[in-house]
Write a protein that binds this ligand. Sequence first.
Ligand SMILES: [Fe+2]
Length: 360
Amino acid sequence: MHRSMTGETPCDRAALRGFFCFPTPRFELMPVTHHVTAAAGMLTDVVPAPLAWKATDLSVEDWSVALSPESIAEIGEMAKRFGTSPGPYLLRTASAQDAPHLAQCMVEVRDRLDTGCGFCVIDGLPMDQYPVPDLVACFWVIGQWLGRPVAQTWQGDMLYEVTDTGEAYRYGVRGSRTRVELFFHTDNAFGRSPPHYVGLFCRQPALEGGISRFCSLYTLHNRLLERYPELLARLYQPLLFDRQGEHAEGAAPTAEMPFFAYDGKRLQARVNVSLVRKGYDVAGRDIPKELDDALDAVQEVLSAADMWVEAPLERGQLQYLNNLDIGHYRSGFTDSASPQSRRHLYRTWHRDVGQQTYDG
Ligand SMILES: [Fe+2]
């Protein structure tokens, strides 16, 4: 059984979550439903470790996963099958694969995401042995053992390519299509039903930079509660998020919802300071002073080096994170001059509730 960074087993952590009113797995009993506008009240308890972790609580073993020789062989068999029976990746399903070791590995990965440190890096797909499209199809299948894939754009893209398109980071251009630094955030923070898990497959890392960092959103909440309780209370009130152009034509370009919500059972964090500031810009409204200060407080807390863990993502590796409990960061990067060597990742979103469409 996987043992977490502080020595607890998943059962210990499940018990702790039970004490803190978090059933396991939480979302099956208390799904993150459509956007919350009326908080039941502010969480005023300090969330204990290990749910709220700091950098010093974790070791590399907590988040790194090595594939067994059997799992690697099963990936090879899948890639071969995909190569000899061409078809769209959307038609590839985990249930159609004979890959028991890989499936079991992903059960253990999901356990780490739900009851461990909340993120992991899997090492790695056999990049030099199979064509990339067949390995991308393997990534598509592997994520399904974690949860059902859902759309990542309003148009319904299920497999999203994270690469620098050369466009400036502006309204309607997602940060994932640029090379800029992306401060700690949760994916689709402004969405009606954000994904529960996010997966990445690294086809090619950047020449320099593009590093991932992860933090516990419970630790963020604890520190805001301790240092800035009045500002934290403001983050429980509705605020505007830029929707990044991901909406129906003519729909409102901003979404109004709180940064934090607590229903007495679980905390819901929608973390993206940049998209809140942009939301007020897009709406042509001045950001309220107290909210401005609260966002500064979030940035200050998340900037402390003991808040986060840095994990590389190298060619062939897979990264998965719990998008409800964990914030993630990407450093700015420099690409190779060669177009074939540009940073290029594939991303999936997973959520087992609602529809598979962007809004769920
Ligand atoms: Fe992200």
